[in-house]
Design a protein around this ligand. Structure first.
Ligand SMILES: [Fe+2]
Length: 351
């Protein structure tokens, strides 16, 4: 088994639970989400051009093909319920400062301490499968999204060279989806070169305790395939609650381009926590006595590349040096997982 396959594995087997939130908590979460829209597509929140999306993918487009939003845009919308340890809606405070979830993630890690960090949600009606699989953005002591590009932090994770500084995290991801086609969660707990596992829908309060920074995962295609790419879907489309029903609607400018009944909506709630194995680890995180610097990051990479026998020119500005970035990707990125589950079966097509 390759080294990369050993690195990209969660600290423990993901743990599936039922009834993640109480009925009352779920009702309040849904109320807050219905009242606080509209929401933008995830893609629109993270990229400003189709070229930027291409740059973040492993494979390049064939020569002469101009990237367009259509190639990547999916009707998955995102909003936030808590950021930076702060809940944005007091009426769901108990969902965020959640003793049950804290017990679960401490148990998952075998850690003494945990602290709720963020809470967000994805909403999607019929939708094609997610990306080819991804890991969530990691953070290191001294190195965060505020100072460092996401691709570099991803390569740092994939190299396994920076574990001493990696911020330990865990998530509880919950789903509420009554649809009959797809909508599950696909994950590779044994590494990208081993077979994936799936948590299948329909699911109502099913959740997984997981370390998504260290495990490839993605969403399964959801709903009838004919409805997965609504006509008129655009970068600036929005999703909001339909004021006339318990369903939802996607709008582009003033036009409603798709109505989504409540039973076809897949509601995912992502709760994330910081983990500290013991008091010593908490202290080092708070007093910054063992933070990484960019110089250290590149010194460690250079030493490892030399030890592997790679021949290269030492870049003057490594973060911006395309040749050096390509070298890091070639050496440390294991690429897409080897095995994928089959597409979900549609009853009408299978008949
Ligand atoms: Fe993710």
């Amino acid at each position: 088994m390759s080294k990369q396959n050993m690195i990209l594995r969660p600290v423990a087997e993901p743990q599936v639970i039922e009834n993640a939130f109480t009925e009352d908590q779920h009702r309040r979460l849904l109320n807050v989400v219905r009242e606080a829209g509209p929401y933008a597509p995830i893609l629109a929140q993270h990229f400003s051009s189709p070229e930027e999306v291409v740059a973040s993918l492993a494979g390049q487009l064939p020569e002469g093909v101009k990237p367009s939003w259509d190639m990547f845009l999916t009707p998955v919308f995102r909003g936030y319920l808590a950021k930076g340890h702060t809940v944005l809606h007091p009426e769901i405070e108990d969902c965020f400062f959640n003793q049950k979830f804290l017990d679960l993630v401490r148990g998952y890690w075998g850690a003494e301490y945990a602290r709720p960090e963020n809470m967000l949600f994805n909403l999607q009606g019929p939708c094609r499968g997610g990306d080819a699989a991804h890991i969530d953005a990691a953070r290191f002591r001294g190195i965060s999204m505020h100072t460092t590009p996401v691709w570099l932090m991803n390569i740092m994770v994939k190299s396994g060279l920076f574990n001493r500084w990696k911020a330990k995290k865990a998530q509880v991801i919950s789903w509420y989806y009554k649809g009959k086609i797809g909508g599950g969660f696909t994950y590779w707990p044994d590494g990208p070169q081993a077979a994936p596992k799936q948590i299948k829908a329909p699911m109502w309060g099913r959740a997984v305790v997981v370390e998504n920074e260290m495990m490839y995962h993605t969403a399964e295609a959801t709903g009838p395939s004919a409805l997965r790419h609504p006509k008129g879907l655009a970068f600036h489309s929005k999703l909001q609650a339909d004021p006339q029903s318990d369903g939802w609607q996607i709008t582009t400018d003033a036009d409603v381009i798709q109505q989504i009944p409540a039973e076809e909506m897949r509601f995912l709630i992502h709760w994330g926590a910081d983990i500290f194995m013991d008091y010593e680890e908490l202290k080092v995180s708070l007093d910054h006595s063992d933070d990484l610097t960019h110089e250290q990051v590149f010194d460690i990479f250079l030493a490892d590349l030399r030890a592997r026998g790679e021949r290269f020119e030492v870049p003057t500005d490594p973060i911006k040096d395309a040749t050096f970035v390509d070298l890091l990707t070639r050496v440390y990125d294991p690429g897409k997982p080897l095995f994928y589950p089959p597409e979900p079966v549609e009853p009408s097509l299978a008949a």
